[in-house]
Design a protein. Structure first.
Length: 132
């Protein structure tokens, strides 16, 4: 992957699985990416036959090393994110948790960040705790 994206940090094996199946009223989507730099999983259910379309899903990011995604030397942290989203049309409802641990910016220790996320329609609420 690192060679294709011209990023020397993205080294090592990576496995990607993607599966989407079902009739328009019950499309099931599952995807997983496992790499040395972290794990990402998505599960979703769509009803595209409904008016408006309905959806439900989860996103789970575990131990994602930000150094693998950003310019070398700028950021370093492990990102963990759990997010659930449900809704119909443009009326989503969601909740989640985010954590960034052992944050470093240009070799400076910045601590840890923990956040909760809430979404209701077009309103986003978040509570952030930063421990240095």
């Amino acid at each position: 992957i690192g060679h294709l994206l011209q990023n020397d940090v993205l080294q090592g094996p990576a496995d990607l699985a993607l599966k989407a199946e079902g009739p328009p009223e019950a499309v099931e989507i599952r995807s997983q990416l496992n790499a040395t730099s972290g794990h990402i999983a998505i599960q979703a259910r769509l009803n595209v036959a409904a008016t408006p379309p309905q959806y439900s899903g989860t996103l789970d990011v575990a131990n994602l090393n930000l150094l693998a995604l950003l310019p070398q030397g700028a950021w370093h942290s492990d990102l963990n994110l759990q997010l659930r989203l449900d809704g119909a049309g443009i009326s989503p409802q969601g909740q989640g948790r985010l954590s960034l641990t052992a944050i470093q910016w240009q070799k400076r220790q910045l601590g840890d960040i923990q956040a909760t996320i809430g979404l209701s329609g077009m309103t986003l609420q978040t509570e952030v705790h930063w421990q240095v």
